[in-house]
Every structure is written in structure tokens, then in C-alpha cells.
Design a protein around this ligand. Structure first.
Ligand code: SPV
Ligand code: MG
Length: 289
């Protein structure tokens, strides 16, 4: 009898090869990851923003690599789709990057993303300088990550914050070319503009050497199919799950407190048996049969 209490998962590289557009949802816990998988997402983003927010801390390199690794590994353990681990700046210099790759790979993570800001970094949407690391130094981190990996399948995404820091599309193109030369498996271009125009301009000029990943948080009306038609290979819905959770909790708990009971919520909140299903309780109980 095979029990699905220790799910296995394909590599992110194989998922990318299989899907013309890989759709990825952010999570901070196994619960969010499993729900993302159940509704159809092909991968889960272990988001530094979500993982920090789950502890009511800013996404500002306050948590350690060990904290982020534990969160990502706990998500991965529950899934049959791969996790893409948001590894911020690589948690330090190239030596930290080598250690990071060894530890993440050992924990069964098949894809990591590193961004070209200086450590400590600040969340891309926060009012801050968002100073970039020298492109050559970041390229060295990418080279180091690729050297440190054991499996050929391990996937390293190089994220540029050039547009976040106000340096524009040309700088993003230059940096992504340098990161492709350094051996990255994909590039992620992040923008916090209210429209997709900046990202579209990047895509028009990008030579398609590597797949492009986008995070349409501030331009949420960009349909996944349109993004794909414009040259995007993977799209990350990085924090919508977290934001939905905040709204749901506030509404439900606020209403229980106000009314003094929870009867009116019964039809709109998950049933206890739904929780049991997410816990795979039935499969675990087979051990006692
Ligand atoms: C995250 O989800 O942690 C990200 C995306 O890195 S963003 O918050 O937009 O920087
Ligand atoms: Mg992040």
C-alpha cells in the first residue's frame, strides 16, 4: 500500500520544461502551498515577504537563512509540485551562497531565486533606497550557486531589482545579460510600476537567451495568457494568498467578536472535515488500522 504522507515532487526544471507558462503562487506555510497546488498552480513560491509577515516581521533580511530554509522545506514536504525558494540576496556573500545552495538542495528544494540588492535587503515595495550590488559581484554569486549545486537539475533564478531601484529597463537588460553569462537558468525582472509597460519594454528587447519570470503584483490586470504571449515563461503571484488570509481572518474573527457567536459564519468558512483532508488525516489513520 502506498501512502501519500511523504509526497515526492518533480524538479522545478522539469516543470518549466513541461509547461509553456509555469504559474506559481506564493505561500508561507505548507497549508497555503497545498491549497495552491490543489487549485492548479504548478509550483509554490516560498516568499520572503510572506514568511516574514507570518511572524509579523518586516521583509528586511531579519530572519536568518535557517528560518527561510525551514519554512521552504516545510512547504516542500507537503507538496507534489516543486517549491521555488526566495533566497533574497543569498544571505550574504558568495561563501554564504555556496552554503545556501548546499543546504537548500539537501532539503529537497530544486529551485532558488537570488536578487541583486546589497545585504541586508528591504522588500521591493517598501520606501527605501534598494541599492544594487555591483553586477559583477552578483554574477559571481550566480556562478558560485551553479558551482555549488550537486544535481544538474538544480535551478537558479537571477532576479534583477534594476527597475525597482529606478535604474530602468536598459540597466535591467544589461544585468540580465551578465547573469545569463554567469550561468543563471532564468531571470526574474521585478517592477513596482502600476502598469506592465516597463516589463513589456524589457521583454521586447530581451534576446530570449533565458526564460523570464515576472511578479505582477502592482499590475494585477495582466492576464497570464497575455504575459505568456509577450514572452514570459513563469509568473509568480507572490503575496495574494497572504493578503486574502489577512482579510478573511479579520472579517471572520471580527464578526465573531462583534456578534458573540459564530453561527452566521458556518456556511462561509471551511468545515472541520476540510481541515482533516488537508492534514491527510485519513491516510495517517491507516497506520492505526
Ligand atoms: C516576495 O514575495 O518575497 C518577493 C516578491 O520577493 S516582492 O515582495 O514583490 O519583493
Ligand atoms: Mg522576497
Amino acid at each position: 500500500m502506498s501512502l501519500n504522507i511523504h509526497p515526492s515532487h518533480p524538479s522545478f526544471r522539469s516543470v518549466m520544461a513541461e509547461h509553456p507558462l509555469t504559474r506559481i503562487a506564493g505561500a508561507h506555510s505548507a497549508l497555503g502551498g497545498v491549497i495552491a497546488e490543489q487549485v492548479g498552480f504548478q509550483a509554490v513560491w516560498a516568499s520572503s515577504f510572506e514568511i516574514s509577515a507570518a511572524r509579523c516581521l518586516p521583509d528586511a533580511s531579519l530572519l536568518s537563512m535557517t528560518d527561510y530554509l525551514e519554512a521552504a522545506a516545510n512547504i516542500q514536504k507537503a507538496l507534489t509540485v516543486p517549491v521555488v525558494a526566495d533566497c533574497d540576496t543569498g544571505f550574504g556573500n558568495s561563501m554564504n551562497v555556496a552554503y545556501m545552495v548546499a543546504e537548500y538542495e539537501r532539503a529537497g528544494i530544486t529551485a532558488v531565486c537570488m536578487e541583486d540588492k546589497i545585504f541586508p535587503k528591504m522588500n521591493s515595495f517598501a520606501a527605501a533606497a534598494h541599492t544594487l550590488l555591483d553586477a559583477g559581484d552578483f554574477a559571481h554569486k550566480i556562478e558560485t550557486a551553479k558551482k555549488a549545486q550537486r544535481s544538474e537539475d538544480f535551478f537558479v533564478i537571477a532576479r534583477t531589482e534594476a527597475m525597482i531601484s529606478g535604474l530602468g529597463v536598459d540597466e535591467a537588460l544589461k544585468r540580465c545579460t551578465t547573469y545569463a553569462d554567469a550561468g543563471a537558468d532564468a531571470v526574474l525582472v521585478h517592477s513596482k510600476k502600476a502598469t506592465k509597460d516597463e516589463v513589456l519594454e524589457f521583454l521586447e528587447q530581451w534576446d530570449n537567451r533565458l526564460p523570464v519570470v515576472v511578479v505582477p503584483t502592482t499590475y494585477p490586470d495582466w492576464h497570464a495568457d497575455e504575459a505568456h504571449a509577450a514572452g514570459v515563461s513563469a509568473v509568480i503571484y507572490a503575496n495574494q494568498g497572504l493578503r486574502a488570509t489577512i482579510t478573511s481572518l479579520r472579517t471572520a474573527l471580527g464578526s465573531i467578536y462583534q456578534t458573540g457567536h459564530s453561527a452566521h459564519l458556518e456556511d462561509s468558512i471551511a468545515e472541520v472535515k476540510d481541515v482533516f483532508a488537508l492534514q491527510r488525516l485519513g491516510q495517517w489513520q491507516e497506520f492505526t488500522a
